[in-house]
Design a protein around this ligand. Structure first.
Ligand SMILES: *Cc1c(COP(=O)(O)O)cnc(C)c1O
Length: 429
């Protein structure tokens, strides 16, 4: 059976690495910076990108290569490039096609680190952003696009606002304007949603989260769907000769994955932020149970959301899997009936009562992390989103009392009992 036809569970377990006869069953860790060759010409050809192969781990490594192939297979893309972190993946996904003087349209409901990256760091490099609501109409999205716009960026399931992207709407406007739609698919993972099937052109990941799933390794991934018309006049970097490679033209010489070739040859090579082989190994092994974990994360989160929604100490709950959620219909359409493991809620009694409840949890830990197998809680306004202005907080969907829960894989009754006892302690404040 053709591997591209495998169902997603089979791809999670087997794609990316095929052992040779008598070879190790599990992907080996190539903990080596360098690779040995018998003659000078072989290495010269590698440097000229005439031949695929490994010569230095800053550019490519056999273990990282297997992990890239697994994620490309899961997302249904033509290629993937691993990066040192999710932040790095999002930064490079933009820098690969935009430079000083260019402009990006992005939804405002984003991870705090991405807001800082866009509205401070990339802005200082001369790339400007217009932030719009994920609920913007086609006309409103169109109105945000300028002559120098190079992409539309969004998160599929926003961290921590938990808004679900109406991806078909955004893809339609993007393509009408000759722009790629870049989607950060960290929270759904390719098991729950494959944005390429709905019109995205580039997918990014913080593999640090569910893909690794065990909170062991920071990493990122940029995946290319393939087939985007980069020769439409807006992307000179892909169609003009790259003098640093003797005039190679990515769009001509590197089909079907010109965006990925440019990413590796320029950004990974020059900025020097590859994924390390040991991290790729840990993340790849973690990813092999992605399908099982995402089902349980989703069912545990739905059960806790339903419980908290009825709890007398709870003021509000956000989880797109709840029928009361304004995103319920989008979640049913795009997320395959599962909504991942993250929910948000506010405690009656506000920030102070919320803090007491958080401090009283025993199974759920206070941790600056999300999306791994151990339940954890975080207060974005004082932690991950602390650098944001009040306006940015509201735009990002972060209210002062918002507690984000990353529901893990412990027994759901134990998780519920833990929240019940903690909320009891917050009762009299
Ligand atoms: C965590 C996260 C990132 C940043 O990833 P790191 O691996 O921490 O650099 C980007 N996007 C989303 C949605 C995230 O949750």
């Amino acid at each position: 059976m053709d591997e591209s036809k495998w169902r997603i569970e089979t791809k999670a377990v087997q794609s990316g690495y095929t052992p040779e006869n008598g070879g190790p069953r599990v992907v080996p860790i190539a903990q080596s910076t360098t690779y040995k060759y018998n003659d000078v010409q072989s290495v010269a050809d590698l440097f000229d990108l005439k031949r695929a192969g490994f010569f230095y781990t800053r550019l490519a490594n056999p273990t990282v290569d297997c992990f890239e192939r697994k994620i490309a297979a899961l997302e249904g893309g033509v290629a993937a490039v691993a990066t040192s972190s999710g932040q790095n993946a999002n930064a490079f996904s933009i820098l690969n096609i935009a430079q000083c003087g260019d402009h990006i349209v992005s939804t405002a409901t984003l991870y705090g680190g991405t807001v800082s990256l866009f509205s401070n760091t990339l802005k200082k490099m001369g790339i400007t952003f217009t932030f719009i609501s994920p609920e913007a109409s086609e006309e409103e999205i169109q109105a945000a696009i300028q002559d120098n716009t190079k992409a539309i960026f969004s998160e599929m399931l926003a961290n921590p606002a938990l808004t679900v992207l109406d991806i078909e709407k955004f893809a339609k406007v993007a393509h009408k304007n000759g722009l790629p739609l870049i989607v950060d698919n960290t929270f759904p993972t390719p098991f729950i949603c494959r944005p390429f099937e709905w019109g995205a052109d580039i997918v990014t990941h913080s593999t640090t989260k569910y893909i690794d799933g065990h909170a062991t390794s920071v990493g990122g991934m940029i995946v290319e769907k393939g087939g985007f018309p980069w020769d439409n006049g807006k992307f000179p970097g892909l169609v003009e000769p790259d003098e640093s490679y003797h005039g190679l033209i990515y769009f001509k010489n590197f089909q079907p994955a010109p965006y990925s070739a440019k990413m590796r040859a320029q950004w990974i090579r020059d900025m020097g932020s590859p994924m390390m082989p040991f991290n790729a190994f840990m993340s790849m092994v973690g990813c092999e149970t992605l399908h099982l974990r995402m089902e349980r994360h989703s069912s545990n989160a739905l059960a806790l959301a339903k419980h908290l929604e009825k709890h007398p100490m709870v003021k509000w709950v956000t989880y797109p899997g709840l029928e009361s959620s304004p995103d319920y219909a989008l979640a049913q359409k795009y997320l395959n009936g599962m909504c991942s493991g993250v929910l948000c809620f506010g405690v009656k009694g506000g920030v102070k009562a919320g803090e007491i409840a958080m401090n009283s949890l025993k199974i759920a830990a206070i941790a600056v992390h999300v999306a791994d197998l151990r339940t954890c809680v975080l207060h974005p306004a004082s932690m991950t989103h602390r650098q944001l202005s009040e306006e940015e907080l509201i735009a990002a969907g972060v209210s002062p009392d918002l507690i984000r829960v990353s529901v893990g894989l412990e027994n759901i009754n134990d998780i519920i009992e833990d929240f019940d006892q903690a909320l009891e302690k917050a009762k009299n404040c």
